[in-house]
Design a binder for this molecule. Structure first.
Ligand code: CA
Length: 531
């Protein structure tokens, strides 16, 4: 009898503890939404029919992105969101939560031991920037999400680590699945007919041939559509796994080569820009079709989440990894202007110190908002709201980890530069003052406004820029001069000095690497003006 009672007690303990752990799991899962990060490559602030400026622009009338509009209608549109000037620095910031000033992958990566920075001008890149890119010993968002119970999927362009290094493969950086991601920053071709840039059908040969999609070689398909199809398959699989999932939907579009999305380009061919007599140049027809194809993909994924019945429990974040390309290759804009005006009312584009280089579209929403949904109650997001808070790509690291209930997985001594931006999702009126710091100690390529080694900082409505080649300070009031045309450095010396001191302090606190003089090999630092 005594044995039976003891046995019953043991059974009861097992039963209660299993109930507890079961309910524990249920609570955790109920609070862990799926996360879709829709990361477009090189998409500019104005490459959309969704209005991000104070009023509709000619670019908004030219592009067609109905699915972005729908997403913004059901969530929060951030009009002052930033990435960094080029691909790898932004992508590594997303994965590490650190500013490029700190993580030192300060330029785009290619080969592990060589610097691909431009060679003109008096200043070269810092000697020891991390040419190898992100590597498995780094703390990454994907790894910490894995540790928090997530199934992690990478689809599309990776560009985290250099060729021949472990970091080139997203599965070495915390992703359970990698579809088509490797060291390259662009596809050699978007077309299945061209095997996505691989020399032969079935091959994965050329440096920029997209890997892992041999089944689509020699088919008349566009890379954006193929990645969408593969992402849908992976979402279905992830949903069957019973775990919440994180999908890094990182399109190769709309980066060069600006090849037509053939299914959509007819929407722009043989036409003039709306309300003008300007023929749309071929490269701009093709570009708009790449943009529309990307937007189509967003719509397809949203549909798929709804079909699977998981849209209510899926968070969607939409953004781009740098400003829109405007320094080369592009042609006449809907305003009849030429290079460095594609992001108007912002100045210049990808690679530049000006706003066009770094300001990007950004939307946060539930894939299907629903009153009374448990996760949405716990993590409220405004509906059809606009936030003017300044947010940065490195904010996504702490933000998405908090969403995933995974903050405790961040190592204790880890130096984080991003801030948790969930607070701005429900309270869209909230504005928190924070410095937005950019440090690009490289020559990117083309000559033009702001395309040279620079440091910059936004604080409230002010923007300060230091250009290392010309040793010049620029100061703009973005409230009255969003296009950064009127340099107030001489008229506002006190403001300039204050901002320069703050910029220096921020850079030094992140263990800055300075550009070096090509002749003397000495570090080139700025001095505080009027001191
Ligand atoms: Ca990019």
């Amino acid at each position: 009898m005594k044995i039976t009672i003891n046995f019953m007690c043991v059974l009861l303990v097992i039963f209660i503890s299993s109930m507890l752990s079961f309910s524990g799991l249920v609570i955790a899962k109920e609070k862990q939404p799926n996360i879709v990060l829709f990361l477009v490559d090189d998409m500019g602030w104005q490459d959309t029919s969704l209005v991000f400026a104070d009023q509709e622009t000619a670019a908004n009338r030219h592009f067609s992105t109905p699915n972005m509009e729908a997403l913004a209608n059901q969530g929060v549109k951030f009009t002052q969101a930033y990435s960094h000037a080029v691909c790898s620095p932004s992508r590594v910031s997303l994965m590490t939560g650190q500013n490029p000033t700190r993580h030192h992958v300060s330029n785009w990566t290619k080969l592990p031991d060589s610097d691909h920075s431009g060679t003109w001008g008096p200043n070269a890149a810092p000697k020891h920037w991390r040419t190898e890119g992100l590597q498995p010993n780094d703390v990454t968002l994907a790894k910490l999400l894995q540790q928090s119970g997530y199934y992690t999927i990478h689809v599309g362009k990776a560009h985290f680590g250099a060729y021949g290094t472990p970091g080139a493969n997203p599965t070495n950086l915390g992703f359970d699945v990698n579809v088509a991601g490797h060291a390259a920053g662009a596809p050699a071709s978007y077309w299945g007919e061209n095997n996505f840039g691989n020399e032969m059908q079935g091959a994965e040969g050329l440096p920029q041939g997209v890997p892992g999609l041999a089944e689509f070689h020699q088919q008349k398909v566009h890379l954006t559509d193929v990645l969408t199809q593969r992402a849908k398959q992976e979402i279905t699989k992830a949903n069957q796994s019973g775990k919440p999932f994180f999908l890094n939907m990182a399109h190769y579009a709309v980066h060069t080569p600006i090849e037509a999305h053939k299914r959509l380009v007819k929407h722009y061919q043989d036409r003039v820009y709306q309300g003008t007599q300007i023929d749309i140049p071929e490269v701009e027809e093709n570009y708009a079709s790449l943009v529309e194809g990307m937007d189509d993909s967003l719509g397809e994924l949203m549909k798929h989440l709804n079909v699977l019945g998981i849209a209510e429990n899926t968070l969607v974040v939409f953004t781009s990894d740098n400003g829109g390309l405007s320094g080369h290759t592009r042609s006449t804009t809907p305003r009849g202007t030429e290079l460095n005006s594609h992001n108007w009312p912002l100045n210049a584009g990808k690679g530049s110190a000006y706003e066009g280089g770094t300001r990007v579209p950004y939307i946060v929403a539930w894939a299907k908002p629903k009153l009374g949904n448990q996760i949405q109650k716990y993590l409220p997001i405004g509906i059809n709201k606009v936030s003017r808070q300044q947010v940065m790509i490195e904010d996504l690291f702490p933000t998405l980890l908090a969403v995933a209930q995974g903050e405790s997985n961040i190592p204790q001594d880890y130096q984080l530069d991003g801030i948790d931006s969930r607070q701005f999702w429900a309270n869209t009126e909230l504005k928190v003052q924070r410095p937005v710091v950019f440090h690009y100690p490289h020559v990117w390529g083309p000559h033009g406004p702001g395309y040279e080694p620079h440091s910059a900082m936004r604080l409230d409505n002010w923007k300060i820029i230091y250009l290392y080649n010309s040793s010049s300070w620029l100061l703009y009031d973005l409230n009255s001069d969003l296009n950064e045309q009127f340099n107030l450095a001489k008229r506002q010396p006190i403001k300039l000095q204050k901002m320069a001191i703050k910029l220096k302090k921020e850079l030094e606190s992140m263990n800055v690497q300075w550009p070096i003089n090509r002749i003397t090999s000495e570090e080139v630092r700025f001095t505080i003006p009027f001191k």
